[in-house]
Design a protein around this ligand. Structure first.
Ligand code: M6R
Length: 604
């Protein structure tokens, strides 16, 4: 949700900032801007639209200098206009600021600053920050002190980077929104996320809430809000820049769908002891989960669907488990005690709703675990323990490979918790482990042979698209529908197949194809539900293995290799990802940047 980039170094900052913004566009893409110190003052260019618009607009002879900041926006306060785009400045262009987060007391600050004579030109909450800094400069404070005083006045969440005309310095602060520092010899970067500068450095400091940094050509000074020095060591991230690029694919989403055999192999690697048929989870010694009486999984969006999948496998393993939407958890969480394990499932590790739920679970005394993709993310730092899904950078706003890796991680965890509680490897592992090891090649088979493109074309003029499934097929149906609506903008809904007859059947017509997911459990019931829709004229597309009895009644089928029931949903989901992708492509949608959305949702 909004991407920030800052650069201090020897070379010209402009191209670095523009590339950084392109790499951060998945965080927001409704307007973009850049400010650079060009020796005589701050030069600014900003406009509504994607980074390409900005790129075409910048005057390279004016925006010249080694120190600069940039921003790509996902609007919260004020529509995506040129005026509301960041950076925001004071009237005289002496201070420029980029911000990600929400300033909750902006209305009071704005009214007060206006009464002091400061003129506002945008509708954003952010604009109070440059005026506040200017107010403190006008009161006689030096740059760093003025920045600190302004930050101390802010309530809400922020990752802020600021510069003051004439100073070859960047000031930055973090509270509740992500901010990282990249360090490479005499070049320094500030950004919302690592891909912004991955092609320049893999040496990264993940800032904590309350950190304030001052960056100039001599280095980075880390302090707390009061100015006391603090120690922050760089970590090396093991993502390579190619992973964060589109390669030969037309879209990140397609690339990430095709990366699933690799990302799943990475998720599994070292976590299965095949000879002893045991699950090995890094720092978790055998018996770690012996005392776990119940599990609550908290997540949003696609991660919530992975959480539902995980809860189902936990319950199958005899463990009391429930998945709760993180944004609902804070309203009415199920009771927790010290035998409750609360698992936050979040690709980015920065989703505000999920972090709030995690905070609540911690406050209630639950043991917490984050299942995330991002090393150094807030969730990873907040939870008692973390399991990384190791999917590599996911840039497409539509989550694909991270869903698969979350599902694998959670099914492994379910087996492991069950093993710890019973003291024995579960009998289920006999079939599950070899099938899990075969999953990457099963996905390769789907990717090579999928008919999803043809099916997408055949049903391209439908009025709505329904997805049904039972058991582990249910979260897959929900995920299939979410992906479809997110990138095609067509009406799509997912239902538990047994629910169809309790209301949604009224929507079924010959123009509403029903995609039925078969995962090998109670398939005969799902088949009956699909037939009920077909009787009312809806075309039925079965997602199932070859030779499955569903292929006899369905109008079409999307084939998945035969596997363990715990993994069949994962394979079916890959077919549904391809279906969404091809349908969106036919409609010429901006697949990687669907309207109104952003990859990392850092507001409630
Ligand atoms: O980073 P998270 O996994 O916490 O994100 C949660 C949702 O915002 C995310 O899964 C969203 O639903 C996806 N864009 C859907 O494709």
């Amino acid at each position: 949700m909004c991407g920030i980039i800052g650069h201090v170094g020897n070379g010209n900052a402009l191209e670095t900032l523009l590339t950084g913004l392109e790499n951060l566009e998945y965080r927001g893409y409704d307007s973009a801007g850049i400010a650079i110190q060009n020796g005589s003052g701050i030069e600014l260019e900003k406009r509504s639209g994607e980074v390409t618009e900005l790129k075409n607009a910048v005057d390279r002879s004016v925006l010249e200098g080694c120190v600069g900041i940039g921003h790509t926006r996902w609007s919260t306060h004020g529509p995506p206009t040129d005026a509301n785009a960041h950076p925001h400045t004071d009237e005289a262009l002496d201070v420029a600021v980029v911000h990600n987060g929400i300033i909750e007391n902006y209305a009071e600050l704005r009214a007060w600053l206006k009464s002091e004579g400061y003129a506002f030109t945008s509708e954003t909450d952010t604009e109070v920050i440059p005026h506040l800094i200017q107010y403190y400069l006008d009161s006689g404070l030096e740059g760093e002190a003025a920045f600190r005083s302004a930050i101390a006045d802010l309530e809400g969440s922020y990752a802020v980077t600021a510069m003051i005309a004439g100073e070859q310095v960047l000031y930055a602060a973090r509270k509740g929104s992500p901010l990282v520092v990249g360090v490479e010899d005499e070049e320094f970067f500030l950004a919302s996320d690592v891909p912004a500068f991955l092609e320049y450095t893999d040496s990264v400091v993940f800032l904590e809430d309350g950190d304030v940094v001052v960056v100039d050509e001599s280095g980075v000074e880390f302090t707390d809000l009061e100015g006391n020095p603090i120690s922050r060591e760089p970590e090396t991230v093991d993502w390579d820049p190619e992973q964060a690029g589109k390669g030969t694919y037309d879209h990140f989403m397609l690339k990430e769908i095709y990366e699933q055999p690799t990302s799943l192999s990475q998720a599994i690697e070292g976590r299965i002891d095949g000879s002893n048929k045991r699950i090995c989870l890094e720092s978790f010694d055998p018996g770690t989960f012996t005392d776990v009486e119940s599990v609550q999984l908290i997540a949003c969006g696609t991660s919530y669907h992975a959480a539902l999948y995980g809860a189902f496998t936990l319950r199958q393993a005899g463990i009391q488990a429930t998945a709760v939407l993180a944004n609902e958890y804070s309203v009415a969480a199920p009771p927790v005690d010290d035998d409750t394990l609360v698992i936050a499932v979040t690709q980015s590790g920065e989703t505000a709703d999920t972090l709030n739920a995690l905070r609540k679970a911690t406050a209630e005394g639950a043991r917490t675990l984050a299942v995330t993709n991002v090393v150094g993310s807030t969730a990873a730092r907040m939870a008692d323990d973390t399991l990384f899904i190791r999917a590599g950078p996911e840039i497409g706003v539509a989550a694909t490979k991270t869903f698969s890796s979350q599902v694998v991680m959670l099914t492994l965890l379910a087996q492991r918790i069950s093993e710890d509680r019973s003291g024995d490897p579960t009998t289920d592992l006999e079939s599950y482990l070899p099938e899990l090891a075969r999953t990457p090649s099963a996905i390769e088979t789907i990717l090579e042979r999928s008919d999803a493109g043809t099916i997408a074309e055949r049903y391209a003029d439908s009025h709505a698209y329904f997805f049904i499934g039972r058991g582990l097929g249910y979260p897959v149906a929900l995920e299939g529908a979410l992906k479809f609506k997110e990138i095609t903008y067509e009406h799509a809904e997912g239902f538990a197949s047994g629910e169809l007859k309790h209301g949604p059947l009224a929507l079924v017509t010959p123009k509403t194809p029903v995609f039925a997911v078969f995962v090998g459990e109670e398939d005969e019931k799902t088949l009956k539900n699909a037939a009920e829709a077909q009787t009312r004229g809806a075309p039925v597309i079965a997602v199932c293995p070859a030779g499955h009895e569903a292929t006899e009644i369905a109008d079409e089928h999307l084939e998945i290799p035969d596997t363990d029931p715990d993994l069949a949903g994962l394979l079916a989901n890959v077919q549904l990802q391809l279906l969404s992708y091809h349908s969106a492509e036919l409609l010429d949608r901006p697949i990687d940047k669907p309207r109104n959305l952003a990859k990392s949702v850092t507001v409630e």
